[in-house]
Design a protein around this ligand. Structure first.
Ligand SMILES: Cc1cc2nc3c(=O)[nH]c(=O)nc-3n(C[C@H](O)[C@H](O)[C@H](O)COP(=O)(O)OP(=O)(O)OC[C@H]3O[C@@H](n4cnc5c(N)ncnc54)[C@H](O)[C@@H]3O)c2cc1C
Length: 384
């Protein structure tokens, strides 16, 4: 096996990095995940997400974790209500029969991000994840890489996989290409104990999702298993809107004032998302890696997930792609079909880039359609 007696460092313990660690560990590889979060509970994990049969679920199945997934997924959480800005329901999947199940190509079961992360972490050998390890720099050595972390620790490894997400520290060592700004900014948020703090919207979700579109803006709301509502708004902005707006996103009243202004034409019901201190808000300008990116493969360094092909979330594929990357990379490194690490990584990267570009193109197109004057009609036709 190409990775026998090799120390492998995965930078980043998101869904992509953790899935890869599990898959490689199953093959007996010596793998460590370096994660910048101080502990596994350091950060509130984001929204609920749907895993797809051909990617996320396939990776979990190969990792022997499908039963763990079945124990934690949320039946019915995939049901969407499509609404206009006045909160009028124009299409309701709760009215549709439950026809699909595991094994159906179009079945997209939902799981909250926290439980997904937990089940991946719990599948790893103790000590695999080194928490509080923010990679700051990596320098090449004759047989690998020297890693330097923010806490002063340093380590030598033979193979590095950058799974460190949107603002990857590893990416610049692989490609000089940078993500481009798509013209849109998302404001992501979470309202805790939503039955109390956002009761109207909590009821409206019916434990599923709301897609609200109007006036070239959108809000996507998901009910989570812990009783919170996670959501993200989106609208067209300039690249520096977050700084230029002067809004302190740590201050709920300031965020509420922005929302009331920019979504003034929308029903007051949506303001529930901003009317409480039991919430957090994070602005996220939307970037995307170039769709035609290419780079020469290296024998001891590669990328997966958002580090490789960051894209806006409008194809619902980011986590699924990161997990499929992990599956395909683990195959290439362990299936005995490649004579060298360089050949294995080159094969993986060629397919990964092509797949990432195709999905990113769909995501950009969906984002444009959703925020077009006919966004609601477009979305309805996609869902019907
Ligand atoms: C608002 C929003 C909604 C989304 N909705 C969906 C959806 O419904 N479905 C879907 O499939 N995708 C969705 N996505 C996309 C999805 O979140 C990402 O594509 C996915 O998380 C990428 O996984 P990853 O493992 O590559 O990276 P990440 O999940 O970003 O994980 C990277 C990890 O690396 C760590 N890290 C970062 N830098 C360092 C460093 N220097 N040193 C050590 N560790 C580091 C981070 O702490 C993190 O744990 C959404 C994204 C957003 C912003």
């Amino acid at each position: 096996m190409l990775v026998t007696n090799k120390k492998i460092a995965i930078i980043g313990g998101g869904p992509g990095g953790l899935t890869l660690a599990r898959l490689l560990q199953q093959q007996g590889a010596e793998v460590t995940v370096y994660e910048r979060d101080s502990t596994r509970d350091a950060r509130q994990q984001g929204a609920t997400l749907d895993l797809h049969e051909e990617s996320g679920l396939r990776a979990l199945s190969a990792a022997g974790l499908l039963n763990a997934f079945r124990a934690h997924y949320r039946p019915g959480a995939d049901k969407i209500r499509l609404l206009d800005g006045q909160a009028t329901i124009v299409y309701d999947q709760h009215q549709q029969p439950d026809a699909l199940t595991f094994g159906d190509a179009h079945f997209r079961p939902e799981i909250d991000r926290g439980p997904l992360r937990d089940l991946l972490i719990d599948s790893l050998a103790p000590g695999t994840i080194v928490w509080n390890s923010q990679l700051q720099e990596l320098t090449p050595t004759p047989n690998g890489w020297q890693l330097y972390f923010a806490d002063g620790c340093t380590n030598h490894v033979h193979l590095v996989i950058g799974a460190d997400g949107a603002n990857s520290q590893v990416r610049p060592l692989v490609t000089s290409l940078r993500p481009f700004f798509t013209g849109y900014t998302v404001v992501e948020g979470n309202v805790y104990d939503a039955a109390r703090h956002a009761p109207g919207l909590w009821k409206l979700t019916k434990s599923g999702k709301l897609f609200a579109l109007g006036g070239e803006k959108s809000i996507i709301v998901s009910a989570k298993g812990d009783g919170s509502l996670s959501f993200y708004t989106c609208q067209r902005t300039t690249e520096n809107w977050v700084q230029a707006s002067g809004i302190d996103f740590q201050s709920p009243p300031q965020v509420a004032a922005w929302f009331a202004r920019d979504f003034a034409a929308w029903s007051p019901l949506w303001r529930e998302l901003f009317a409480t201190n039991h919430a957090y808000y994070v602005p996220r300008p939307q970037y995307c890696m170039p769709l035609d990116q290419d780079w020469p493969a290296q024998p001891t360094l590669t990328l997966l997930g958002d580090a490789a092909h960051l894209m806006p979330p409008y194809a619902g594929e980011g986590v699924n792609m990161a997990m499929l990357d992990a599956l395909e990379l683990s195959h290439c490194l362990t299936n005995g079909q490649f004579p060298t690490l360089l050949a294995a990584i080159s094969h993986y990267e060629t397919a990964m880039r092509r797949r990432g570009s195709e999905v990113a193109a769909i995501s950009i197109e969906s984002m444009e359609e959703i925020h077009s004057p006919n966004g609601l009609a477009w979305m309805r036709q996609v869902m019907e």
